[in-house]
Every structure is written in C-alpha cells, then in structure tokens.
Design a binder for this molecule. Structure first.
Ligand code: APR
Length: 321
C-alpha cells in the first residue's frame, strides 16, 4: 500500500509543525508549498534529516510550485497572515481572502480530488471562499477550529478540577471568533457533569457558575491570549495538533465525532453557511453533521455566532471575493 500524499499549503509556523507531525506519525508523504522561495525546501530538509533519529520513512518535499501537489489525497491550508496583538481574526479578512483565492485555484487545478482542511483565519469565511472558488463538494471542504476550541475548553476544565484532560469532554460550537459557543451543559468528566463537580468543589452554586464563566470567557479569548504573549504571531502548536487529529480521522476512516467548521443544510437552523458543529469525519471527509437540541440560551448564543459568520461572509462578498 502506498502512502497517502498530503499537501500543506503554507509553510510558516503551523505548516512546519504539521509537516513534522505527519512525518512522526507516518501519516503520509508531505509536500510543503509556500510562496516564499527556499522556505519550504529548508523546512522539509530539516525535518527529513531527523528521519533516522525519529525512525520515519515518510518523504518530505518543499516547493514553490503547485505542480508538485498533483493528485494529493489531502490538502491542509495555512496560507495567510496570522494576527498581531490587538487584532481580531476578522481583521485578517481582506489580506487572507486574496491569498485563499489563489490557493483554491491552485488546489482546484492540481489536486481536484483532495479533501481540504482549512486553518487560515478568519476561519469560517476562508472555508466558505475556498469552497466557492474550488467548486469542491461540501463534504470535501472542512475547517479546523472546533476541535482546538474544544481542546482549550477541556484543558481549562482539567486544570480547574485537577483531573486528567483525557477524561474531559467539552464541546465548542459556532464560528471561530469571539462569539464561539462553549456548551457548558454537556461538559463532563467521564460522564459526570462539570457543573456538578464545580458545585461540589465550591459548595456554592454562584461561585461555581462564576468559575465556569471565567473558563468559557478564557476559551473564547484563548487564541488572543497566545497572540498577546507571542507578540509576533499566533498559536501554532495547538492548531497543528488539532488539524492532525482531523487528518488522521480522514486518512484512517475513523468516523471521529468532533467539532469542525462544516457546511450546513438546515442543521441547527442554518442553511448555506459554514459554521462549527459536531461532525463525523471519515475517508470521504465530512460524512455527517450531528444535530442535538440546544436549550434556549444556547440557541441564542449560536444564532449570535452564526450572525457574526454571516456578516463576515457578506463583507467578503461585498469586497468582490
Ligand atoms: N500561498 C501560499 N502561502 C502563502 C501565501 C500564498 N499566496 N501567502 C502567504 N503564504 C505563507 C507565508 O509565506 C507564510 O509562510 O503562509 C505562511 C503563513 O505562516 P505564518 O505567517 O507563520 O502563520 P501561521 O502561524 O502558520 O498561521 C497561518 O493560520 O491560524 C491561522 O490566523 C492564522 O491565518 C493564519 C494561518
């Protein structure tokens, strides 16, 4: 059986970590594309030279030509600028839309059968634009966000409760922006509701609710917290790790149920937009969107988040993308 071909468009911070993780996990052979001359060649050479130490056989190629991504099975896109301190993801719209348009054209021409995972921000708009320009079917275009936002939420819960994060399940839905919707009601530690554990810890319902609110707020702003500390770029280890979990689900046909930015056809009351929802990921991409009932408050937060996504997409349309 030959290895899968995985094309990474964008060889910056996230692209480099993606390439290394794919090699370490021997998920496939990597082609790393970037517009900057020599950068992807340098990064892939560096990673490849550790093959003996790390014990992998995956091949890594760096390129500045879309021809080299020909017939890729999976394409992971990080091309685009990251934000600087004080910027929201939405501030990247114009710059990154121009980049995403050219990327979608390149992928459409050379890897028309690939499944595409998009990471570039503002995420929901970039996924929408990639689908529009590439003409790919909706199941083959998915955005990475919910899995990372859910991981951040789970991490904060684990720290607060002093339990292994492996036992925490916490879902975040909605757009990948400040309006995202952490679902508190279903957050649990091995099935036990987090709210109950917090109430027992603090023996006070109000205090427990305050602690949860602080974790929800930190989750929403978690990307910005990292940007503020790094000063010259945005989070890259955790977005890369999250996209790799999606890539594994697709390549190994794992049917993982995770939160991802997927095209909605009426689910959660939304039609024709890409928003973060639970999906099943397998070797055909997004195999199913999983719906569940939201309570009134959750639905209101979801509607608010969907409206923010719609506004961004409308802005993008108005700008002619
Ligand atoms: N085609 C391909 N690559 C491009 C293009 C293009 N048209 N324009 C820019 N790039 C490359 C840059 O040369 C750079 O190497 O995209 C890479 C982006 O890397 P970084 O600046 O290091 O950003 P990174 O941290 O990897 O984040 C990439 O993902 O999470 C989002 O907000 C983040 O939009 C950002 C993206």
């Amino acid at each position: 059986m030959s290895r899968k071909k995985i094309a990474l468009i964008g060889g910056g911070q996230i692209g480099g970590v993606l390439a290394q993780l794919i090699a370490l996990k021997q998920l496939g052979d990597v082609v790393l594309y970037d517009v900057v001359e020599d950068l992807p060649q340098g990064k892939t050479l560096d990673i490849a030279e550790a093959a003996r130490v790390n014990g992998f056989d995956s091949k890594l190629t760096g390129t500045n030509s879309y021809k080299d991504i020909a017939r890729a099975d999976l394409v992971i896109i990080t091309a685009g600028l990251p934000r600087k301190p004080g910027m929201s993801r939405d501030d990247l719209l114009v710059t990154n839309a121009k980049i995403m348009k050219s990327v979608a054209e390149g992928v459409k021409e050379y890897a028309p059968k690939a499944i595409a995972i998009i990471i570039s921000n503002p995420l929901d708009a970039m996924v929408t634009l990639f689908k529009k320009v590439s003409g790919f079917p909706a199941n083959r275009v998915v955005g990475q966000a919910g899995i990372l936002d859910s991981s951040r939420f789970s991490t904060f819960i684990a720290w607060e409760l002093g339990v292994s994060v492996k036992d925490v399940n916490a879902l975040v839905l909605g757009g990948h922006g400040d309006t995202m919707v952490p679902i508190v009601r279903y957050a649990n530690v091995n099935g036990i509701p987090v709210m109950e554990l917090l109430e027992r810890k603090y023996k006070d319902k109000i205090k427990a609710a305050e602690v949860m609110k602080a974790m929800v707020d930190r989750t929403k702003m978690a990307g910005g917290e990292v940007v503020k500390l790094l000063k010259t770029g945005s989070a890259f280890y955790s977005p890369a790790a999250s996209a790799i979990q999606m890539a594994e689900a697709i390549i190994n046909d794992e049917k993982r149920l995770i939160s991802a930015c997927a095209y909605l056809n009426g689910e959660f009351g939304v039609t024709g937009y890409y928003v973060g929802v639970p999906v099943v990921l397998g070797d055909t991409g997004v195999e199913k969107v999983i719906e569940f009932s939201l309570d009134q408050e959750e639905q209101a937060l979801m509607d608010n988040s969907v409206n923010a996504v719609k506004k961004l997409v409308e802005d993008m349309d108005r700008l002619g993308f």
